[in-house]
Design a protein around this ligand. Structure first.
Ligand SMILES: Cc1cc2nc3c(=O)[nH]c(=O)nc-3n(C[C@H](O)[C@H](O)[C@H](O)COP(=O)(O)OP(=O)(O)OC[C@H]3O[C@@H](n4cnc5c(N)ncnc54)[C@H](O)[C@@H]3O)c2cc1C
Length: 308
């Protein structure tokens, strides 16, 4: 079979694809519910560029990989949960099972499937931006605004700067918007922003400058240099895999996998949680949705058993 293996002897109650906070919390609840579960993770989360995660109860400021390590250690106490450090390349419905194939050629069969694969992002094409992303430029003010409170900040956004600037004004009064050559801000919005001291720079950005990930200034194509110590960036978001789409899950207008309030997708037996929905992107929300998805998996087994 070309070196591949089939784990029929391990017919699973549930497979979880993605081992960020969403998938890990789902695994915890399933382990505690005595459900045979495998969690697949290739450890490429979106927040791997950052050094501190904020806003997660009892773990404020923790390194994201340390949070993952602690969660995996907790899971090791539950004999029904196994972690496979591998990438899933496909998941298909086959009779009453989902057939899950990994990059290494292994095949697993699971009665239920939780998708927790997060999303990937493409940053604006601005010289040196990736050097600063995760250290002094971030995506979410609720996650990283507090550490930059009161500082001279920039909103770098090619398409939705106005809204983000208004939100970030809760953390600083010294704010500019840089649209990198785009003109998406209307005249009335510009006036409203300027009334609050938020200046708009629509010239293309020539470079971002600073050392060791710490931004110090932005240089525009017309030669203007503005000193800034950090800020927020908007990026394009994409699904991390095509698995949800291939299974027939409904993808909403944001590009996220749509679920009902119990994390059930439109495909029977498939649940989704965390950033994959492209809703509010925070660790604690992802973990909460993971817990809810697992509860819904157990509810589905209960209903099947009692025929309700
Ligand atoms: C720079 C930055 C800073 C942030 N800071 C904060 C913060 O301070 N506080 C906060 O609350 N949030 C923060 N966030 C947001 C937070 O990281 C996400 O909301 C959260 O990680 C989402 O969790 P998740 O489990 O849905 O997805 P992720 O954490 O992205 O995990 C998804 C996992 O699935 C894996 N995966 C994907 N496809 C496959 C596949 N086919 N097979 C196997 N594995 C797969 C990925 O490798 C990844 O490990 C930050 C984000 C960024 C980008």
């Amino acid at each position: 079979m070309n070196g591949s293996s089939t784990h029929h002897e391990h017919e699973l109650d549930c497979a979880i694809i993605g081992g960020g906070p969403a998938g890990l919390n789902a695994a915890l609840v399933l382990g505690r519910s005595l459900k045979k579960t495998v969690l697949f993770d290739d450890n490429q989360p979106r927040n791997r560029v950052t050094h501190e995660s904020h806003g997660f109860l009892t773990r404020d400021g923790i390194h994201p990989q340390e949070l993952k390590r602690l969660a995996q250690r907790e899971l090791s106490a539950y004999p029904d949960v196994r972690i496979e450090a591998s990438r899933v390349i496909s998941a298909e419905k086959e009779m009453e099972f989902f057939r899950i194939k990994t990059e290494g050629g292994s095949v697993f069969h699971a009665k239920k499937l939780i998708l927790a694969t997060g999303f990937t992002e493409t940053l604006p094409d601005i010289p040196r931006l990736p050097e600063f992303y995760g250290t002094s430029l971030f995506s979410c003010p609720f996650c990283d605004g507090y550490e930059m409170r009161g500082e001279p900040l920039a909103i770098i956004s090619e398409n939705e700067a106005g809204h983000l600037a208004k939100v970030v004004s809760n953390w600083t009064n010294d704010l500019i918007i840089a649209t990198n050559g785009n003109q998406h801000i209307t005249a009335s919005e510009r006036q409203a922003l300027e009334r609050h001291g938020i200046l708009l720079y629509e010239e293309p950005i020539r470079s971002l400058d600073g050392e060791n990930g710490k931004l110090c200034s932005i240089t525009f194509e017309d030669g203007t240099i503005i000193e800034r110590s950090g800020g927020f960036v908007t990026a394009e978001w994409h699904q991390a895999t095509s698995i949800a789409q291939d299974l027939g899950c409904y993808i909403n207008e944001r590009g996220g996998v749509e679920t009902d309030p119990l994390q059930r997708t439109n495909v029977e037996g498939v649940f989704a949680c965390g950033d994959i929905s492209m809703g509010p992107a925070q660790l604690v929300i992802a973990a909460g949705q993971g817990s809810l998805a697992a509860t819904s998996v157990v509810a589905a087994f209960t209903e099947e058993r009692f025929g309700e």
